[in-house]
Structure formats: C-alpha cells, structure tokens
Write a protein that binds this ligand. Structure first.
Ligand code: NAD
Length: 272
C-alpha cells in the first residue's frame, strides 16, 4: 500500500489536469451509509431499494404526493436525510479540498448529494446527482436554495410555471444537462482521474472513467474505432475492486478507506 500511495503522489505531482470522481464510500466515514457496501442501505433493506426505483415515477404521476412524502420525511428516506443534515466532512473530503488548494486538482465530480465536499472547502464541485441543499425546476433547470421556495402550496412552482422538484436525481430521472455536459468535458480533458469510494455501477456516471480512458476515431465510412489513451492515469481509492479495476479501465487500485488513504497522499506530496 505504501508504494502505491507514493506512486499516486508522484502521478498527481506530474499531472497537468487532475480531477476526482467520488461516490457514497467517500462519506461512510462521516456516518452516512452508502447503498451497496456491506452495511449499505440497500444491502440491508431491499424494500428501500425497490422504493428508490419508483420515486421519480411518483413525482411525475403525483408531484403533490411526492412533496408531501418528502416533507413528512418518514421511513428510510427521512432517516437518510437526517443523517446527511447532521454529517460533517471527514479527512478524505478535506484531503481533496487541500489538493485543489495546492493547485493539483481542478475539480471534483461527485455522485454524492450530501454537500460535504463544499463544506470541506472544495471550490469546484460538480454534483452529478444533485444535492439535498437545492430545489430544481424540471423544465427550465433553474436551481434555488430551499429558503427561496414557498412551500405554502404543494407542489411548489418555478417562475416559468413548471413544477419544482428537490435537486436530488432519482433513478430513471435524466441527469441535468448543464452538469452532465461539464462533467463529460472534464473527463475528456483530464490527464489524471482519482476515483474515490464508488462501486462504479451507476450509469451514466460510470461512463466518465471510460471517457477518460478511451477515445474514438472516425475512420472511413463513419466507423468508430476505440483507442486507448496511454497519457492518462486513472487511480482508484476504493474499499473493494470495481468493474473499472477488472476491466483495466483504472491503472491501479489503492484498496482501503478514502479517509485514511487520501490524507496520506497529501502528506506524501507535502514531503516532496
Ligand atoms: P455505492 O453505495 O454503490 O458504492 C459505494 C462503494 O464505496 C462501495 O463499493 C464500498 O465498498 C465503497 N466504500 C465504502 N466505504 C468506503 C470508504 N470509507 N473508502 C473507500 N471506499 C468505500 O455508491 P455510489 O457508487 O456512489 O453510487 C450510488 C448512488 O448512491 C449515487 O447515485 C449517490 O448519489 C447515492 N448515495 C449518496 C450518498 C451520499 O450523498 N453520501 C450516500 C448513499 C448513496
């Protein structure tokens, strides 16, 4: 492990445009459970998983009932939100913020909805699956802070007239275009990607490392040929191997906790 930490520090120091991709594993050390880890919400509660798959459909079919359920904050969903509200960033979040402050990390693209990267001081954060801290118009895409939205009448509406939804992106809900386009641009343009605490099985997010790793070339009559970018480093910091490890998308895996490994990488960089 020690030699991989040194290797990651060296790769980061030599990179020109490094970015980080993060998932729920990043926040388990802040007492927010992940979904698919050994103690994950869905590993331990299959009913909660089934319900999560239906949430966007409920919103589309009956936005008022969706809002009433959300504001009532009952069941597993409410408990999860309470855990998020009380959570504080852990050393892993702070380490990524420090890498950005040192000029070694250009942005964090996170699947997390907990806002902990921003709380830890990361400035450039793309919240791919939205955030519990905002409300979004499903039509024009405008985002609002909760305090700006009147909940006197449900469902609340945007100035454009469309229904508002919390910003968290549910299964079967499209990823907001602005954040999707910006994330793809980052993945295509980076020369180092640090992937932290994700099972890398949720799409389209899990395509971002593949966008960084491979490129397509248009040859002859519209034929796309997939090429392998040798000048890009992809490093995983995960408790367990993922499809990215098995498929050779990542160069190497540093297996363990993000809250322990990321600060050690920063420490190594400071020594240099
Ligand atoms: P996931 O639950 O599918 O996978 C988390 C992965 O992280 C697992 O493979 C687990 O082994 C690993 N892990 C757990 N603790 C770790 C640690 N301390 N260090 C390193 N690795 C650790 O999560 P995902 O891949 O992010 O995808 C699931 C979806 O869950 C995302 O859309 C996300 O929005 C949502 N989610 C978010 C939060 C949050 O905001 N904190 C929490 C749960 C789920």
């Amino acid at each position: 492990m020690e030699s991989l930490i040194k290797r990651a520090a060296k790769d980061l120091a030599e990179s020109k445009y490094a970015i980080a991709l993060t998932g729920a594993g990043m926040s388990t050390e802040s007492e927010i459970p992940d979904f698919r880890g050994p103690k994950g919400i869905w590993t331990t509660n299959k009913e909660a998983e089934a319900k999560a798959y239906q949430r966007y459909e409920l919103f589309l079919n009956n936005p008022r009932a969706y809002w009433e359920e959300m504001l009532g904050l009952q069941g597993t969903y409410g408990t999860f939100h309470e855990q998020i509200r009380q959570a504080k960033p852990n050393p892993g979040h702070y380490a990524l913020a420090e890498l950005e402050a040192l000029g070694l990390l250009k942005c964090v693209i996170t699947q997390n909805i907990d806002g902990l990267h921003k709380k830890a001081g990361s400035k450039r954060v793309l919240e791919y699956h939205g955030s519990v801290n905002a409300v979004r118009c499903i039509s024009c895409g405008s985002r609002f802070a909760w305090e700006e939205v009147s909940l006197d009448e449900l469902p609340p509406r945007c100035k454009c007239g469309a229904v508002l939804k919390d910003d968290v992106v549910h299964f079967k809900e499209p990823i907001p275009l602005d954040v999707m386009e910006e994330s793809e641009k980052e993945a295509l343009g980076c020369d180092l990607m640090l992937i932290c605490g994700t099972s890398a099985v949720v799409y389209p997010f899990a395509n971002l490392p593949r966008m960084a790793r491979f490129h397509t070339r248009r040859l002859f009559a519209g034929l796309d040929v997939v090429g392998y970018k040798t000048n890009v480093k992809i490093i995983e910091v995960n408790a367990d191997p993922t499809p990215l490890t098995h498929e050779g998308v990542s160069d190497y895996l540093i297996q363990g906790k993000t809250g322990e490994i990321l600060p050690r990488i920063v420490e190594e960089l400071r020594k240099a």
